[in-house]
Design a protein around this ligand. Structure first.
Ligand code: BGP
Length: 490
């Protein structure tokens, strides 16, 4: 009998990586400073999200929470909580402002040198997402999005610069954030620079994903040559999916949705496209353009670990698929009768949600068991170490007497950590957990700061007012305790 994976201690392993995750475009601000040029996150073309997204006077990613100038103080706060790891991204449009320069922007690299030095001084490991919803806009205007193969070359040029510069400093690399979101309208713009108002969207999405797969595999190969001690993974968004009834037809729909979401880790972990996809492409009239060597590249350069983001689960049936639409950006979105409106136009029905689960004010289900199932399903399917690179609760917080009593956040996180513990005790290899986000920042989905996730409150409102001062919430002290006890004291 082989009891190798049996976890006798019933605790998180020694060296478990507790920390937090952010993305450059959602917190750095300074969007045109020191040579940076706009990225896709800094504009939303009309039509992509069904209309202008932000008040023209105030565009939140442009200022972020001014992390670019305040990172030293913020890193001190992360260190005070005892972080072992910090996940952020390197803004591509800082290092190669249009994507096409021959030489990288030295000022941008200086900023990352200094920021990483602060992290290392505080004994915090650096985890970098190479591309987190932030392609250089000028490049996208010239070449279109990732459906153009040109981006493989531009991406690898970026990778070579940062792999060489941060050899021995960045220990964990993630090639793309939530790579599978290319398929979710209207995420194509931020994930892959693909406009959703153009024809043949599905064809473009799969073509874009193929190029990202090849780019990711070639980046993996390059990293192994430049810094063999570093580890590399990619990020998928994972939502556990339940059939609404036990009608087999509902399970068939769920099965198809799962197959499509597993496509991404299948290619990146197993090194090949799952067979069903060729039939799916044929049914949909999708023709993938590729070069012969692509499949060999994918097979030979798989990721070291599989990381995923988890916030909620979803439900589906033969008549209904719970929406993953994110066309809810903007300060002009209002919630009435469990529906989201922009003016008189209904943009999202939050009505059909899982009746067994609590739902946040943004309509996201709260489902720690779904996280347990995710860990089990992914580990059983891939047998690779896992990393939860995002999980958290976005709420409107009230700052009273210099703090926030965010017991709801503590409750959410504690339940998810317990679910992780259950999976870990069951033998799932989990390397770490970075909550989204340790400090309030700009929400990707709403474009607002008022959907707050942090342990640290930032004095900023949705129209850009506030001192940007930082305040510790109740959850700040709680997470510190969690880390100090390696997940025992919840
Ligand atoms: C993930 C993204 C993050 C982040 C998070 C929370 O999908 O990787 O960038 O924003 O979701 O979502 P939101 O900001 O929409 O609340």
């Amino acid at each position: 009998m082989n009891n190798k994976n049996y976890n006798k201690t019933k605790t998180f392993p020694k060296g478990f990586l507790w920390g937090g995750a952010v993305a450059a475009n959602q917190l750095e601000g300074a969007y045109m400073e020191d040579g940076k040029k706009p990225s896709v996150a800094d504009v939303m073309p009309n039509g992509v999200f069904g209309g202008p997204q932000y008040d023209a006077e105030y565009y939140p990613t442009h200022d972020g929470i001014d992390f670019y100038h305040r990172y030293k103080g913020d890193i001190q706060l992360f260190a005070e909580m005892g972080f072992k790891v910090f996940r952020t991204s390197i803004a591509w449009s800082r290092v190669f402002p249009t994507g096409e320069e021959d030489q990288p922007n030295e000022k941008a690299l200086k900023y990352y040198d200094d920021m990483f030095r602060e992290l290392r001084k505080a004994n915090i490991e650096v985890m970098i997402t190479i591309s987190h919803y932030e392609m250089p806009l000028a490049g996208v205007e010239k070449y279109g999005g990732w459906d153009n193969r040109k981006w493989i070359e531009l991406y690898l040029k970026f990778c070579e610069v940062i792999f060489k510069r941060y050899k021995g400093i960045v220990k964990y690399w993630l090639t793309f954030n939530e790579i599978g979101n290319n398929l979710n309208k209207p995420m194509q713009w931020v994930t892959a620079g693909i406009r959703t108002d153009l024809d043949h969207l599905e064809q473009r999405c799969f073509q874009g994903s193929h190029h990202q797969f090849v780019a990711s595999a070639l980046a993996t190969k390059m990293l192994k040559e430049i810094d063999p001690d570093a580890k590399i993974g990619s990020v998928i968004e994972y939502k556990t999916i339940y059939p609404i009834t036990c009608d087999p037809q509902d399970s068939l729909v769920v099965q198809r949705l799962k197959q499509l979401s597993f496509l991404f880790p299948d290619v990146q972990v197993r090194g090949e496209y799952p067979r069903f996809i060729w039939e799916y492409f044929a049914e949909k009239g999708i023709t993938l353009e590729y070069e012969e060597e692509d499949f060999d590249i994918l097979r030979k350069n798989t990721v070291d670990f599989l990381s995923f983001t988890y916030y909620r689960s979803r439900i589906a049936s033969k008549d209904y698929i719970e929406s993953v639409q994110k066309d809810t950006k903007g300060t002009d979105v209002e919630r009435k009768d469990n529906k989201l409106f922009r003016g008189d136009k209904k943009i999202l029905d939050l009505g059909k949600t899982n009746p067994y689960l609590e739902v946040t004010p943004s309509g996201w289900s709260i489902d720690p068991d779904g996280l347990y199932l995710a860990l089990e399903d992914l580990y059983q399917r891939y047998n690779k170490p896992l990393f939860i690179v995002e999980n958290g609760l976005g709420m409107v917080d009230q700052l009273v007497d210099g703090t926030v009593q965010d017991d709801y956040r503590i409750d959410y996180l504690a339940k998810h950590i317990l679910a992780m513990k259950k999976a870990v005790c069951n033998g799932v290899e989990l390397l770490g957990y970075t909550t989204w986000a340790p400090i309030d920042l700009i929400s990707e989905g709403t474009g607002q700061v008022s959907k707050r996730y942090g342990f640290i409150y930032v004095d900023r409102n949705d129209i850009g007012e506030g001192t940007l001062e930082r305040y510790k919430k109740k959850s700040f002290y709680w997470y510190k305790k969690v880390i100090a006890s390696n997940g025992e004291d919840l």
